[in-house]
Design a protein around this ligand. Sequence first.
Ligand code: HDD
Length: 759
Amino acid sequence: MSEANPIKQAARKVGEALTGDGAGPPEGIPGKPGSESPSLAEPTDPREPLPPKPDQSGPDTYSPTGQPTAADQARMAQAGSYLTTAQGARLYDTDHSLKAGPRGPVLLQDHHLREKIMHFDHERIPERVVHARGAAAHGVFKAYGTASSVTRAAFLAKDVETPVFVRFSTVLGSRGSADTVRDTRGFATKFYTSEGVFDLVGNNIPVFFIQDAIKFPDIVHAAKPHPDREIPQAQSAHDTHWDFVTLHTEATHHVLWNMSDRGIPRSFRTMEGFGIHTFRLVDAEGRTTLVKWHWKPKLGVHSLVWEEAQIISGVDPDFHRRDLADAIEAGAYPEWELGIQTFPDTPEQTFEGIDLLDPTNIVPEELAPVQPIGRLILNRNPSNFFAETEQVAFHPGHLVPGIDITDDPLLSGRLFSYLDTQITRLAGPNFGQIPINRTHAPVNDMLRDGFHQTAVHRGVAPYRPNSLDGGCPFTAGADMGAYVEAPVRIPEAKKVREAPETFADHFSQPRRFWLSMSPVEREHIIGAYTFELGKCYEQAVKERGLQVLANIDPELCAEVAAGLGLPAPSATVPLADVEPSPALSQVGHTWPTDGRVIGIVAGPDGDLDGVRAVRDAVLAGGMVPLVVAPSGGKLGDGDGALTVQRTYVTARSVEFDAVLLAGVPGVGADAYGARDAKAGLATAQQATHDPRVGLLLSEAFRHGKAIGAWKGAEAALEAAGVPVDAPGVIVGDSGTSTLEQVTRLLGAHRVWERFPAEA
Ligand code: HDD
């Protein structure tokens, strides 16, 4: 053993210290005070030869047979030109079972057949019990350093860059369900920090259904499909869901957010994210601050409209997944700013009368501004969905020094649940060794064996204290980066199954949300409740639903009651006198239009130069042009020919954030009647209006999208029932000037003026 071996040197120091040559733990290796007794002498003078304890920088650094290591093997998966068995033997045929003659029986000794079918039979793992449907991306988080005044977390220090993996999800649907259903969205971020993994496992809605984790199985059973027929899939519009949330009125706030536009996001890229619970940050001196986490999307918070969401569920159920992957592939990297609201860590754990331990509460940003602390950029798609997106395992208990928890009873239950669920889902306790879950910090644990153990641990003493492995591993103190829980005082208490009195107000926060909405957002909420309660069969459930609404706001209740054809009840609690929080509304801001999709509809005789110029300008503006024409292939000839991305058959308005209708020089809208330009079936002069273009335009109009037409395409608008003088309908002289105006409208996301009259 070389004297330069730092582990041996450290071991010797411990030996000296604990055999009486020194007092207390050796310098630089602080142990847990009082946990070791010198009389029990840990360790004794190390015996020679001791197996050197390797610095386990990860389970993949060592292979018992030399080369290759597990990391090399991971890199080698699917490498090389020849098909092999799982054991690496080359194969000459994988299409025919081994048989006794070409027409004879298959032989049991066909080990390749058995291996291939055995592996296939076990390809599926249980889907997540909630959040089964998801999509993810890699990225990087760069800290501004502004959080260093309240936390010692190393990854939040100025300019530190941390790799991340983010998984977005719906909650209710199965793995194969549609993306755009009305639901909460998960927003889970794994930070691979130098001090270990930190998981921020949040949602796009800042409050939760329940205040205590013990009710989680109940709300999930109620919201999932009915147990007899297993329908409806990925929907909250059914009796058991509404039965539960009207009997547990603490769910009111979350449900109201779900019924608002937040329940149907336009894209993962345009969602906010929230940690929901109040967390506790700890600075280098041990001072604590309570915080709430917020993710703010660079592109703003935008949603679909309900009809659009429903159409997309059929036309493109992978809409959100595709949008995320396409944006990253195109280099339009999604970005969020991470922010915190901070509150003094007082014994009451309240702020301005709001109980910070109640996860059904928000603290309005007007009362506690969100302070930006860093920026997240997603810049790489996973290369294998199963290996990464499916096997990633989040856990709110994956914390790093400087970030601690509070006694929110919902959070406490989560700390148990996430570890537990992975044991079933990922088949054993070693899921932390799966590449996507591996920490980037050195690992030196004493966890051993178990299903799917891939680490080849060395040493003989996976326990402490020990003398046989030279005392390794040692415990660190806070000054050496150990995670030390904040020594928070627990008030003297009796054991009870009770909620605090402050958890009993279930309506004032929902009322604040309702009062903060713009008229159009209120119309959408009314529409959503009317739809969802209208889908329930039980009269008692509908009536209880209306009672809950009456306790939020009489107008909301009356409108929904009218839609259901039921009398509107009166409130059973006094209506709370709360100030609106303008930050909660999505309407009234202007946002960047990066990555927005512009449909450019061109007839066969359309202004191709104009279409070309518009396409180039859309690209130059960081947006995505999709050229739509009667049939596939190219528009025009030669070098300048334009590729058609969607035909009248494959295009649907829901794919576009705005639509432009190419003009027809000197002709008029009849060009849009052509069904097959290539076959020359219709010319601009003879064709009649094409109903598919009509449907596209009328849907875009109904969904409040900006619509532009240039040079003589007006008549096609009229034919589709789109008034040329309606708000957000532009008729321009040229393609590019029309695009300019449409882009300005797109900055507000939708032409909001169109809605109130509609709803
Ligand atoms: Fe949960 C998954 C978010 C309460 C139990 N949860 C899961 C995911 C997200 C959330 C985003 C998906 C993670 C991924 O992409 O793999 N959950 C939340 C939030 C909650 C919350 C924001 C409240 C503030 N969850 C909650 C409670 C319990 C669970 C109260 C149980 C007591 N959640 C789970 C789970 C899941 C899960 C069963 C399913 C799959 C998984 O954990 O890994 O353990």
